[in-house]
Design a protein around this ligand. Structure first.
Ligand SMILES: Nc1ncnc2c1ncn2[C@@H]1O[C@H](COP(=O)(O)OP(=O)(O)O)[C@@H](O)[C@H]1O
Ligand SMILES: [Mg+2]
Length: 271
């Protein structure tokens, strides 16, 4: 038996889908459309890191630091205290305030990587968790660079004992440009989905890839509740009406899928 150290995510019901957690040192892509639960999943992952005494870094590009702290507090996680105690750094890449040492002045990957290393040095030696929410922000104006940048981030950061969630923010309509950077270099892919079933929004998670893991192959419904946060519920039986999309959107998705098939995953072999 090969023993693998795994980091629990802190999301009830999730860890048993991946044999107990995410293998230490993995770079995992967390993908999905807006509002599917990527940020909340990441907040749980960091809260669990705080609980376990890991060093934690959360890079936020789409919300301010205050917004992340507030969202965490809604689920009973005291991020402010963790920051004060030197167990968490939230790097704010949205506000970019000059008087704030933990902010990013530029949205480029080199600046990101350097700041993350600085934060890791500040937090000190030891097992660390990193969330970049989202990576897409770093190649908004140059989507063709997505894969190269993802590879760079993994190659440089991998020596620093991070287990990382790299979030890829993509809408169906833009998946052609944004979706396929991180996935090619990732050790795992966790996909969040949503659909409207009989007039109600439902959210799901499926693990598309997790190296060295006999992971669940089923789509599970998830629930997000005030006070407690995210929870994974029972597996879902795939029904056509759960995921039916307007024809124009479906056509764009198909085009994106074809594009994916045409891409040669060359960075995979470099990684
Ligand atoms: N306190 C809360 N109670 C219940 N649901 C919440 C709460 N906060 C956020 N949500 C739900 O979570 C959603 C946002 O999830 P989020 O993880 O930010 O999505 P993503 O990062 O994928 O865009 C909201 O649209 C809402 O449905
Ligand atoms: Mg988000």
């Amino acid at each position: 038996m090969v023993e693998i150290e795994r980091l629990p995510t802190g999301v009830p019901g999730f860890d048993k889908l991946v044999q107990g957690g995410i293998p230490r040192g993995f770079f995992v892509a967390v993908v999905g459309e807006p509002g599917t639960g990527k940020t909340i999943f990441s907040i749980h992952f960091i809260a669990e890191g705080i609980r376990q005494g890991d060093k934690n870094i959360y890079v936020t590009t789409e919300e301010s630091r205050e917004s992340i702290i507030k969202q965490a507090a809604m689920f009973g996680f005291d991020f402010e205290k963790a920051i004060r105690d030197g167990r968490l750094v939230v790097i704010d890449a949205l506000m970019g305030r000059r008087d704030d040492p933990w902010s990013l002045q530029e949205l480029d990957v080199e600046t990101l990587v350097n700041k993350v290393i600085e934060a890791k040095k500040y937090l000190g030696y030891g097992r660390a968790r990193l969330v970049v929410d989202s990576m897409s922000a770093f190649w908004l104006d140059k989507p063709a660079m997505a894969r190269k940048y993802s590879y760079y981030v993994k190659r440089v950061l991998y020596r620093w004992d991070f287990t990382a969630l790299l979030i890829s923010q993509y809408a169906v309509t833009t998946s052609l440009g944004f979706g396929f950077g991180i996935e090619h270099v990732a050790d795992g892919i966790i996909r969040f989905r949503k659909s409207i079933v009989r007039g109600e929004l439902r959210r799901y998670v499926i693990i598309e890839k997790m190296r060295q893991t006999e992971h669940s192959l089923q789509m599970h419904e998830i629930e997000i509740r005030n006070g407690s946060g995210m929870r994974v519920k029972a597996p879902t039986v795939y029904r056509k009406e759960d995921t039916t999309l307007p024809p124009s959107v479906a056509a764009r998705m198909l085009a994106a899928e074809l594009q994916k098939l045409l891409e040669v995953p060359d960075s995979e072999s470099e990684a």
